[in-house]
Write a protein that binds this ligand. Structure first.
Ligand code: NDP
Length: 241
């Protein structure tokens, strides 16, 4: 199983849980020290099997390289969890155009690069599962999330169309899209707009739940029988309105 955005938060929690459950995990993100020293080593010490690859999802060649590594190390790939993302929340009027471009590059093109890298194998195998992390901001618009939410709305459309095409084409590629609400991770660190940062901090301080809650959902989607697609999950704190 390949996991992008595995150096912290939801990706890290998923890598740890799935490895504990016996999956062979290949971790990808940009921060090598976290991938290696904090996560892959820990998983190995706990008796799990993990490899890692420094990965920038905006580079198609990096996505191809992690697929190659996974096949070299573990023979084949059955699941990719395309989870890497950033959340540069700000009002449109702040015109943080560099951040808009970054969000599109990472949250949209990064997922497309991952899909392009794995599809040839999944088509040849006539099986495979692609899981993506969208957001509740990919279902409903919020002030400050025009661009971030837009990237996550894209994923909803893309994953649903991919699911339908796979069914029609008989490739047996299963999809699952996860829409988390407030999850306690490093995600807020990337917000540069002071008002947006303060608002989100309050929200997360009040409600956020740990990232292993999402890992459990990923595990559930993977465990479903081959003929069953667990298509979409909205997952968040019970107390968050
Ligand atoms: P974190 O910031 O903890 O994790 C984000 C991960 O993405 C990190 O591992 C980071 O690693 C990686 N990443 C960022 N940019 C790149 C890149 N260019 N190439 C490769 N990896 C990259 O936050 P979360 O765990 O919360 O975020 C995971 C996903 O969950 C994101 O897609 C986010 O939008 C989504 N989400 C999170 C919610 C929450 O409340 N936490 C709510 C809704 C959705 P590195 O910096 O090492 O590259």
């Amino acid at each position: 199983m390949i996991i992008t955005g595995a150096s912290s938060g939801i990706g890290e929690a998923t890598a740890r849980l799935l490895a504990q459950q016996g999956a062979k995990v290949v971790l990808g993100a940009r921060r090598e020290d976290k991938l290696k020293r904090r996560i892959a080593d820990d998983i190995g010490k706990g008796g799990g099997q993990a490899a890692y690859q420094v990965l920038d999802v905006t580079k198609p060649t990096d996505s191809e390289a992690i697929v190659r590594l996974a096949k070299e190390r573990f023979g084949r790939v059955d699941v990719v969890f395309l989870n890497a993302g950033i959340m540069p929340t700000s009002p449109v009027s702040a015109l943080k155009t560099d951040e808009w471009n970054q969000a599109v590059d990472i949250n949209i093109k990064g997922v497309l690069n991952g899909v392009a890298a794995i599809m040839p194998d999944f088509i040849a195998q006539k099986s495979g599962q692609i899981i993506a992390t969208s957001s509740v901001a990919g279902i409903k618009a919020y002030p400050g999330s025009a661009i971030y939410g837009g990237t996550k709305w894209f994923l909803r459309n893309f994953m649903e169309a991919l699911r339908m095409e796979s069914a029609m084409e008989g490739t047996n590629i299963r999809t699952a899209t996860i829409y988390p609400a407030a999850i306690s991770t490093e995600l807020l660190n990337g917000i540069t707009d002071p008002a947006a940062a303060e608002g989100m901090k309050k929200l997360y301080d009040t409600y956020a739940i740990p990232p292993d809650r999402i890992a459990r959902v990923v595990s559930f989607a993977i465990d479903a029988p081959e003929d069953t697609t667990i298509n979409e999950f909205t997952v968040g704190p019970s107390k968050q309105p």
